[in-house]
Design a protein around this ligand. Structure first.
Ligand code: PMP
Length: 434
C-alpha cells in the first residue's frame, strides 16, 4: 500500500520532497515514539518529526487541551485571549528568574522560518543597520530572509536575490576545527574571527544589525559548540551593539534538558526564535522571546493571519504542563545520556563512527572513512539508514557533509525503545559491513 500511495502522490504532489525508492513509507498513525505505516509496519521514530514531537506523537495529556480548545475557539487572529496570555506567562516563567522580567514574547506565524524572518526584521529596525552575520552549517529556514542566513548552497544556488549583506563565519565545530587546532591548543579562533570582523576596519563588512546562530547546530549535524564559545560571541556582539539572535527552533523546548539550550550556558541572547516542539504534538506555532529594550515595532508593523491559532497555543500549554508534571526536564537528560552511552559502545566496535556527540535528546553520530583521517563517509551512512529503515528505525541524516546520523527522538522515549533501536543499528552494521 505504501508503494502504491507513493507512486500516486509522486505524480500529483507539486513539491520537491523526495521519496527515496528504497524507503517507501506512507504514514497512517503514530503514538509516543512509534509510527505506523499504511501496511501496519511499525517504526521507532528517532526522526521525531524533525525535532518536533518532544512529548511524543498524539500525547493523550496534550490532546485533552487540544480537544477542549477546538470546541471553543480555533482562530483568533491577533485578538487577545486568556489562552494566549497564559502561554506567554508560561514561557516567561520558564526563563531563568534573574532575567525573566527583561523579556517579552511575540508570535511569528506557523513556521520556524516566520520566526527567523521576524527576528531579522526586528534587529534591522532596532539598529537601523542592514548586515547579518550567520554561521557555516547553520540552518534557519527556506523563506528569503531565513534562507539568506542558511549556509548550505544546495538550497540557494539558483536564487540570486535573497536579502543582502549576509556574511558567514565559522562555527565552533571542534571535531573538524575550521582553524585546524587541537583541543589543547584551541584559543577560540572562531570567536576571535568574529571579533576581527567587527574590529579590523578592513574586513569589508560594516557593522551588522545582528548575529544569528543555533546554540547547538541541528541540521548542521547536532554540533555542540565548545564550552565558552557562545559566551564569547555574546560578549563581542554586546560590545559592538550587535543584536544576538539564538535560533532555538530545534534546540528549544526541553530537547537538551533545559527549557532552552542557552540556559545550559552563561550566554544570554537578545532574541530567541522558537517553533517545532512548542506545538506539543505537532501543531504549528512559532515566535520570538526578546528583550524589552530592543522593542522597535510600531503598532501593527509586523502582522500575520495565523499568529493566533488557539489550538496550537493550547497544545503548547498542554506540553508545558506535561513536561512539568512528569519531570521530563530530568528524564530528557537521563534517556539522552543512556542513548549516547549505547552509541559510544557501538563506536568502539565500528571503525566508521568518528564521533558521538550531543546534549539531552539531540544527538549526532558522525560517519567517517576512518577515525584518523576523519574523511566524511556519507555513502555508508545512506546505506546504513536504508538498512535501519527496513528493520524499523527512522532517523534523519544531516551535517556539513551529509555524514551525520541525526537523532532527535521524542523526549519520552523509554529505555526499552532505545535498546530496540540499538539492536537494529547493530544488525544494520553487520549487513553494511558484509
Ligand atoms: N531554524 C532551525 C534551527 C531549524 O532546525 C528549522 C527547521 N529544521 C528552521 C529554523 C525552519 O523551520 P521551518 O521548517 O518550520 O520553517
Amino acid at each position: 500500500k505504501s508503494k502504491v500511495l507513493l507512486e500516486l502522490q509522486k505524480n500529483i504532489e507539486g513539491s520537491v520532497v523526495s521519496y527515496p525508492k528504497k524507503m517507501p513509507i506512507a504514514l497512517k498513525r503514530a503514538k509516543g515514539s512509534i509510527v505506523e505505516d499504511v501496511d501496519g509496519n511499525q517504526f521507532i521514530d528517532f526522526f521525531g518529526g524533525c525535532g518536533v514531537l518532544n512529548v511524543g506523537h498524539s500525547n493523550a495529556f496534550v490532546m485533552e487541551y487540544v480537544k477542549e480548545q477546538q470546541e471553543e475557539l480555533v482562530h483568533a487572529l491577533d485578538f487577545p485571549t486568556e489562552n494566549k496570555l497564559f502561554l506567554i506567562q508560561k514561557i516567561l516563567n520558564n526563563l531563568p528568574e534573574e532575567i525573566r522580567e527583561d523579556y517579552k514574547v511575540s508570535f511569528g506565524g506557523p513556521t520556524g522560518s516566520d520566526a527567523v524572518e521576524a527576528a531579522i526584521k526586528l534587529a534591522k529596525i532596532k539598529t537601523g543597520r542592514d548586515g547579518i552575520i550567520a554561521f557555516s552549517g547553520g540552518y534557519h529556514g527556506m523563506t528569503s530572509g531565513a534562507l539568506a542566513v542558511t549556509s548550505d548552497t544546495f538550497f540557494r544556488k539558483k536564487i540570486s536575490s535573497l536579502i543582502p549583506n549576509v556574511h558567514f563565519v565559522p562555527y565552533s565545530y571542534c571535531y573538524r576545527c575550521p582553524f585546524n587546532k587541537e583541543e589543547s591548543t584551541c584559543n577560540y579562533d572562531c570567536a576571535n574571527h568574529f571579533e576581527w570582523i567587527l574590529e579590523t576596519g578592513h574586513s569589508g563588512i560594516t557593522l551588522p544589525a545582528a548575529i544569528i546562530l543555533e546554540p547547538i547546530q541541528g541540521e548542521g549535524g547536532n554540533i555542540v559548540p565548545r564550552k565558552g564559545f557562545l559566551e564569547r560571541i555574546v560578549k563581542i556582539a554586546n560590545k559592538h551593539g550587535v543584536i544576538v539572535i539564538f535560533d532555538e527552533i530545534q534546540s528549544g523546548f526541553y530537547r537538551t534538558g533545559k527549557f532552552l539550550e542557552f540556559m545550559n550556558t552563561k550566554a544570554v541572547p537578545d532574541i530567541i526564535t522558537f517553533s517545532k516542539g512548542f506545538g506539543g504534538i505537532g501543531f504549528p506555532i512559532s515566535g520570538l522571546i526578546y528583550k524589552r529594550d530592543i522593542e522597535a515595532w510600531e503598532t501593527a508593523e509586523h502582522i500575520g493571519t495565523f499568529r493566533g491559532n488557539q489550538v496550537s497555543i493550547a497544545a503548547a500549554r498542554g506540553a508545558f504542563d506535561f513536561i512539568e508534571k512528569y519531570k521530563i526536564e530530568d528524564y530528557a537528560n537521563f534517556i539522552g545520556d543512556y542513548l549516547k552511552e549505547e552509541l559510544n559502545l557501538l563506536a568502539l566496535d565500528h571503525p566508521f563512527i568518528g564521533e558521538v556527540r550531543g546534549r539531552g535528546m539531540m544527538i549526532g553520530v558522525e560517519f567517517v572513512k576512518n577515525k584518523t583521517s576523519k574523511k566524511p563517509f556519507p555513502e555508508y551512512l545512506k546505506e546504513f539508514r536504508t538498512e535501519c529503515f527496513h528493520r524499523g528505525l527512522l532517523f534523519e541524516v544531516g551535517g556539513h557533509y551529509n555524514n551525520v546520523l541525526r537523532l532527535v527522538p521524542p523526549l519520552i522515549t523509554t529505555k526499552e525503545i532505545v535498546d530496540a533501536a540499538i539492536i537494529i543499528m547493530k544488525e544494520a552494521f553487520v549487513v553494511c559491513e558484509e
